[in-house]
Design a protein around this ligand. Structure first.
Ligand SMILES: NC(=O)c1ccc[n+]([C@@H]2O[C@H](COP(=O)([O-])OP(=O)(O)OC[C@H]3O[C@@H](n4cnc5c(N)ncnc54)[C@H](OP(=O)(O)O)[C@@H]3O)[C@@H](O)[C@H]2O)c1
Length: 269
């Protein structure tokens, strides 16, 4: 199953929110690889000290030299500094960048025409439920894409997309998971308002969201879910009326549209 990553050294630079989530997801699903990690905040690396498959490295250059494939998970503003430092070591190995708004052209320039794959994952990686959109740069080989596919499918679902779609996917998925978390939290607050203990309200809100998502994934149209739930004069249509009066759909659309705009701004900075 994990044929391409078997025996490989997978390097991850930047063990922050997404880097740590990807690492946790990979540790849970890929048994036969080693993970080389660096971060400027050395204390972060201690969280993985108990796992013999995780090897903290002293420098990004040291990590790049020993890795077969490298995942770059630093903030967009730090991408240039890191890649300029390790570029000479990246000639014969693929780079996966998860940085929002940094194009494959830009990544290739930093690594002097190297093999790059651009990915937009989300924090669901932590529990094997990332949605990862990916596109290869001009020099990425079929094997590089297959290796990236294997790594990313170990942390959730993957979609091959056009690079021009990356900004909207950043809004819809990279940021979108936080929008759903906000909705779940708000629904749980309503449960608390009506007298439920918070942990019960939160669990029920989250599992209700999961049920809706699973129905949609299994082929039910969202409108059909509404039709199946909203009986005439019943509770659901009353709640939907309240949502419509507050323009909740427009607000959710705006959240994704604004996040998409921000992704474009980061790219055009
Ligand atoms: N968070 C998400 O949900 C998400 C989703 C999809 C994509 N992304 C992308 O993933 C990237 C990382 O985001 P994040 O939220 O995980 O950021 P983060 O939590 O700040 O993690 C980045 C880590 O990299 C470290 N770092 C900075 N410069 C470094 C260097 N030269 N060498 C080694 N480590 C270095 C940072 O340390 P300092 O804090 O000390 O600088 C930090 O610990 C971003 O480009 C973002 O666009 C994030």
């Amino acid at each position: 199953m994990n044929e391409l990553t078997k025996g490989k050294n997978i390097g991850i630079i930047g063990i922050g929110n997404i880097g740590a989530s990807i690492l946790r997801g990979l540790l849970a699903t890929i048994a036969d690889a080693r993970f080389l990690i660096t971060d400027v905040r050395k204390e972060i690396l201690n969280a993985f000290a108990d796992d013999s498959r995780v090897i903290p490295c002293d420098s990004n250059k040291g990590l790049a030299g020993k890795s077969d494939i490298l995942i770059l998970a630093v903030k967009p503003k730090d991408v240039g500094t890191v890649l300029e430092e390790i570029a000479p070591l990246m000639r014969d190995k693929p780079l996966i960048s998860v940085a929002a708004g940094i194009t494959t052209d830009e990544l290739e320039r930093y690594v002097k025409g190297g093999r790059v794959v651009r990915v937009m994952p989300n924090i669901g990686a932590r529990v094997g439920e990332s949605v990862s959109a990916l596109c290869g740069g001009r020099n990425a080989t079929t094997e590089d894409i297959a290796l990236a596919d294997e790594i990313l499918s170990a942390i959730g679902s993957i979609y091959h997309v056009k690079e021009s779609d990356m900004d909207v996917i950043t809004g819809l998925s990279g940021s979108g998971i936080a929008f759903f978390a906000e909705v779940i939290d708000a629904m749980a607050d309503a449960g608390v308002y009506e007298g439920l203990p918070r942990d019960l309200a939160l669990a029920i809100a989250a599992k209700t969201a999961l049920g809706a998502a699973r129905l949609v994934i299994s082929g039910d149209d969202p409108a059909a879910i509404k039709a199946m739930t909203a009986s005439p004069g019943g509770t659901t249509i009353r709640g939907i009326y309240a949502m419509e009066s507050r323009a909740v759909r427009a607000a959710m659309m705006e959240a994704v549209i604004e996040a998409t705009k921000r992704s474009r701004e980061l790219r055009e900075r």
